[in-house]
Write a protein that binds this ligand. Structure first.
Ligand code: WTA
Length: 632
């Protein structure tokens, strides 16, 4: 069954034109998709921020305003790993739970502008916690479940979080993932300087966990007595809604700050357009809420649009290889949004597995997080979508708030493996290295002209870094860090990062972040992390390390394990490298800069075609590296 197109090729063109001709009127009109306590009368950011004079509350927009028309509609279908473990919450029930938690946060002393950290497995409380923070004007910082205690400690300290919401444990089959004890360790790492005053614990299972007297509390008993009405804070459109850490070229992860009015407009606008959203859809975005995709297309976009969303706690191929397809069949999922890494992994299991399920409820498929290769696109489209579903490849970033370049179903002609065209109101440009805009069919550095409502406000505690990272490299343009190719019809093909960010399974990892972690190992004098192509993960991480002189063979041979352990504990297991090469030196320019380009090529397995090596201070090292990588 086809869904009714929201846009036709003609109405899409009109939208593009009206956004181009009169952005102020266009965005003011789009802002009316939200409910404001004070309507904005200015739209475009001219220095004061987007919709600068408007006031609103994000949770009112995601919940309260749906109560009259669709209070009894299912807002969330939660499917646990065990098939019988299902929870359905209507908008009315979700609203009540959010209000109750918001009241508990207020009673815990959380005030407007305070920061609350959320570290939870894929349970509904994650979404409830985000909405509860939004209701009282506190900024949430959702921490990815896979972060190590040290990674959590850094983020708690940088954000100054006063309250933490975590779980006793996470579950993975019979295995238990120690959320609470990881959080305890993270808080303990900062000792007296920790800003965390209260830890609220969701009991996901009945596993007991130690509670620190005066600081920790179990949520269930508090929720039982909390009031389910809670006056929302009227926020300025430009007040921060949340902060979310992501990796860039600099060592430390940056706290990207998103505002309220602009971000929510963008979340709602893009969710509606790219997924052709309509009443009755069952929307499933597989992203963890610890990433931006889980903010915009699990929590804010679908709820702002009154959708029914599916949340799944579990793995794609467990206990059976067709588990995801089973979930789609069981709940009649219409819209399914996932990552190329997941698609490739599922594809590798063969076509028989999805063929055993009825996937005819699907209408729109989506991909995000990394470039999707032709083969994965085709498989997703032909096998999962049976050739009849629209497949949207959506390019965007933590900093952009929501999708920027994406197919609009039924309105834009698809092209396999292309993110296709910018959404109406988005103006990408391709620049050469000097910053000169390139015309026509060409490859270049992807930047965005001007601003758009979803653009991040700043980096927490470091506006200068925001300016120097995104706005100053190419004045007048927002610098994305990605490269792209544009074809003769104006279609975009994202080629990947042009900076030192490595994208492993859609997780952004900064080279400098890895090198910083390794620098703590005493016996290593220097290291370099580079990305290499990986069949499933898109990119894999490879690390070169240079041991200090004079180490014994035994000491040297222990270094690889130490690198793996250090990265797992300082960053998280998701950042553990595919390979660690012990090398005598790194290729360097005469001014002492590491030549990553060479290390990357050698790690790819290339042995020639490196160009002019005479500019290197140590050209002989190239053969050493080739030999070491070749032998590994
Ligand atoms: C990459 C995830 C190609 C890109 C929403 C970007 C993509 C980074 C795509 C942002 C796509 C995301 N095609 N590359 N459809 N989507 N990327 O901040 O390199 O976790 O800069 O946001 O992922 O990752 P982030």
């Amino acid at each position: 069954m086809l869904s009714t197109p929201r846009l036709t090729p003609e109405s899409y063109k009109r939208l593009v034109e009206s956004a181009r001709n009169d952005p102020e009127a266009f965005w003011l009109r789009e802002s009316r998709r939200l409910e404001w306590s004070a309507l904005p009368i200015v739209a475009v950011d001219t220095g004061e921020g987007w919709f600068a004079d408007g006031r609103l509350n994000a949770s009112v927009n995601c919940l309260d305003r749906h109560l009259t028309a669709r209070g009894d509609q299912t807002a969330i279908i939660w499917q646990g790993e065990e098939d019988s473990n299902v929870l359905r919450l209507t908008y009315r029930e979700l609203h009540a739970r959010v209000c109750a938690l918001a009241n508990i946060l207020r009673e815990s002393g959380v005030k407007r502008g305070d920061r609350v950290a959320i570290h939870l497995p894929a349970v509904v409380e994650g979404i409830i916690a985000m909405q509860a923070c939004a209701r009282i004007g506190a900024m949430h910082i959702v921490l990815f479940g896979g972060f190590s205690a040290e990674a959590i400690a850094d983020r708690l300290a940088d954000s100054g979080a006063v309250v933490v919401i975590t779980a006793n444990v996470g579950r993975r089959g019979a295995k238990r993932i120690p959320f609470k004890t990881t959080m305890d360790a993270a808080i303990a790492l900062r000792g007296e300087t920790s800003t965390v005053r209260r830890v609220l614990v969701v009991e996901v299972t009945d596993d007991a966990v130690p509670l620190t007297e005066g600081r920790d509390a179990l949520l269930t008993p508090l929720l039982e007595t909390a009031s389910t009405t809670c006056e929302p804070e009227a926020m300025n459109a430009t007040d921060p809604l949340f902060l979310l850490y992501t990796s860039g070229s600099t060592g430390k992860p940056k706290g990207i700050v998103h505002g309220t009015g602009g971000y929510l407009t963008w979340a709602s606008y893009t969710h509606e357009l790219i997924f052709n959203h309509q009443q009755g859809d069952v929307f499933w975005c597989t992203a963890d809420i610890g990433w931006i995709t889980g903010h915009t297309y699990v929590s804010y976009g679908p709820l702002a649009n009154g959708a029914t969303l599916l949340v799944f706690e579990g793995m794609p191929s467990h206990p059976t290889p067709g588990r995801w397809w089973d979930v789609i069949q069981k709940h009649g999922v219409t819209t399914f949004y996932t990552s190329p890494t997941a698609i490739r992994a599922l594809m590798s299991e063969g076509n028989d597995i999805p063929a055993a399920y009825d996937l005819s409820s699907l209408r729109v498929l989506g991909s995000v997080g990394e470039p999707i290769n032709h083969e994965a696109w085709t498989w997703f489209h032909d096998v999962i979508g049976a050739g009849r579903c629209e497949l949207v490849d959506t390019w965007w970033q933590t900093e952009t708030g929501g999708a920027m370049i994406s197919l609009v179903p039924y309105a834009v002609e698809p092209r396999p493996a292309s993110a296709t065209l910018p959404l109406p109101g988005v103006n990408p440009v391709l620049l050469d290295e000097k910053g000169t805009p390139l015309e026509g069919a060409v490859e270049g550095i992807l930047c965005i002209d001007g601003s758009w409502p979803g653009r991040a406000l700043t980096i927490w505690n470091d506006d200068t870094l925001f300016q120097t990272t995104y706005l100053r490299p190419y004045p007048g343009h927002y610098f994305t860090g990605d490269g792209a190719r544009r074809d003769a019809d104006g279609y975009y093909w994202i080629t990947g990062r042009v900076d030192d960010v490595i994208n492993v399974s859609g997780h952004r990892i900064g080279s400098a972040e890895i090198e910083d972690a390794i620098s703590e190992i005493h016996d290593i004098s220097e290291s370099s992390a580079v990305g290499v192509p990986h069949d499933i993960k898109g990119q894999g991480l490879v690390v070169y390390i240079v041991p200090h002189e004079g180490l014994s063979e035994e000491q040297t041979s222990g270094l690889k394990d130490q690198v793996v352990r250090t990265i797992a504990s300082k960053v998280g297991r998701y950042a553990v490298p595919e390979a660690v090469y012990v090398v005598p030196d790194l290729p360097k320019t005469r001014s002492g800069k590491n030549v990553r380009r060479l290390m990357r090529k050698i790690a790819y397995g290339e042995t020639q075609g490196f160009g002019d090596l005479s500019t290197l201070a140590n050209p002989g090292i190239v053969d050493d590296l080739i030999r070491i990588v070749g032998k590994a």
